[in-house]
Design a protein around this ligand. Structure first.
Ligand SMILES: CC(C)(COP(=O)(O)OP(=O)(O)OC[C@H]1O[C@@H](n2cnc3c(N)ncnc32)[C@H](O)[C@@H]1OP(=O)(O)O)[C@@H](O)C(=O)NCCC(=O)NCCS
Length: 308
């Protein structure tokens, strides 16, 4: 599987984005995306806390013929094989395998598992679309095992969701629903600290950075009890999520109102459909927003021995 001897493997920088994009947009033919979206995935530094992303490229004569992203999170004992592709005329010569071996050669010894693609907080896809069949063959050859699958749903945004009646009902029960604002940061710190953790706090911050903030809250007695977000990443695809309701507040119809607010925002931003990624409770989204299963992804992982 060794690549040709005239192949140079090195770490890429943002200056290499144009060549990597030219390669990726052809190789990743099941996806439509701009260079800005690829930049967000590979170079913009958007990742959950304690996470480092690197991109290795393979070059022949100064020309990029392949790339592979690796994401390391020693604090979680985990790494991710991110996006990767090799140009069609250079396949089956060991380029991807060499990129992989180089990228994961020197991972910190704390890391014991590598997963494919499902990078928390900044993912192109929550797993491998198995129609990328060559990639399936490659990751199996590299020792990864399929352990689960997940889906993205499509949400039709033909018409706005009417939230007023439901909000009146919730208000009568002492629950306020409103858009988050920068002044809510302390409330959000407390809420995520107690309920959903640092990764979703990070995503809530990305949502808050939108104008208007792409974050909706439900509050009781001035404390957050549920949230929903969108446009934390992959904005050009109309990305929804994450969302969460505290266990004690579930079953009161809060989640659907928060979902509707996010989908209304996506519609107002000009999207004809929204993406509900990496789901989860399909029936909830089907019932309240008429969502349909769209992409299916296979999840792969492998363990690695501690580096000596
Ligand atoms: C998947 C991909 C990156 C593989 O690149 P590559 O450089 O051809 O892979 P390698 O030559 O290093 O293959 C290493 C091993 O993987 C397996 N493999 C790779 N491609 C394969 C294929 N088409 N059929 C069967 N096995 C394959 C083989 O075991 C191969 O070893 P071998 O050639 O000695 O038998 C390339 O096909 C590609 O760019 N596909 C489109 C992009 C894509 O699907 N990306 C994944 C989504 S992020």
């Amino acid at each position: 599987m060794a690549a040709q001897t005239n192949t140079l493997i090195r770490i890429a920088t943002r200056d290499n984005l144009a060549e990597i994009y030219a390669l990726a947009r052809t190789a990743l033919h099941l996806d439509t995306f701009t260079a800005e979206l690829l930049d967000e995935k590979l170079f913009a530094g958007w990742c959950c806390p304690d996470t480092e992303s690197r991109v290795h490229v393979a070059e022949i004569g100064g020309h990029t013929i392949g790339f592979l992203q690796s994401v390391l999170r020693p604090a979680a004992a985990k790494a991710w094989l991110g996006l990767f592709a090799v140009s069609a005329e250079h396949r089956r010569r060991g380029v991807a395998a060499t990129l992989y071996q180089t990228a994961f050669l020197d991972v910190p010894r704390e890391i014991s598992e590598i997963e494919v693609l499902a990078i928390p907080g900044n993912y192109f896809a929550p797993g491998l679309d198995p129609r990328y069949t060559e990639a399936h063959c490659l990751v199996e050859r590299l020792g990864f095992e399929r352990f689960n699958d997940c889906v993205n749903l499509t949400a039709p945004l033909d018409s706005r969701f009417e939230t007023a009646d439901e909000e009146t009902r919730l208000a009568a029960a002492g629950i306020e629903v409103r858009r988050a604002a920068p002044k809510d940061r302390d409330l959000l710190d407390r809420f995520f600290d107690e309920q959903f953790g640092a990764d979703w706090r990070y995503e809530a911050e990305l949502a808050l950075d939108n104008n208007p903030p792409a974050l909706h809250l439900a509050l009781r007695d001035g404390q957050v009890i549920a949230f929903s977000a969108h446009s934390t990443q992959n904005r050009e695809w109309g990305f929804f999520g994450p969302m969460g309701t505290t266990p004690a507040a579930r079953g009161h119809g809060i989640g659907r109102v928060l979902l509707w607010h996010c989908l209304n925002d996506l519609r107002d931003a000009g999207h004809r459909t929204g993406v509900i990624p990496w789901v989860g409770p399909i029936a909830f989204y089907q019932q309240w927003a008429n969502c349909r299963v769209d992409r299916v992804f296979w999840r792969y992982r492998r363990t690695i021995e501690p580096q000596s």
